[in-house]
Design a protein around this ligand. Structure first.
Ligand code: SF4
Length: 67
């Protein structure tokens, strides 16, 4: 799995950091900061949840098939 975030569309809603705090944080303006673009398997479900919950669709997940 490979995660990318588009900070240009992030609206700082914070859902990502709430559901997957190991993977996402927010800067002082509330904009998403990606902490880990290639999460271990145990965090993949949280990553998918964050992507699904993000109201701005700022989180993209690519399945590598190797992680
Ligand atoms: S949930 Fe989406 S809009 Fe909200 S902070 Fe995270 S990336 Fe940004």
């Amino acid at each position: 799995m490979n995660i990318t975030v588009d900070t240009s569309v992030c609206i700082g809603a914070g859902q990502c950091a709430l559901v997957a705090g190991d993977l996402f944080d927010q800067d002082d303006d509330g904009i998403v900061m990606l902490l880990d673009s290639e999460p271990e398997m145990g965090l993949e479900a949280a990553a998918r949840r964050a992507a699904a919950l993000c109201p701005a669709r700022a989180i993209a997940i690519a399945e590598s098939g190797q992680s």
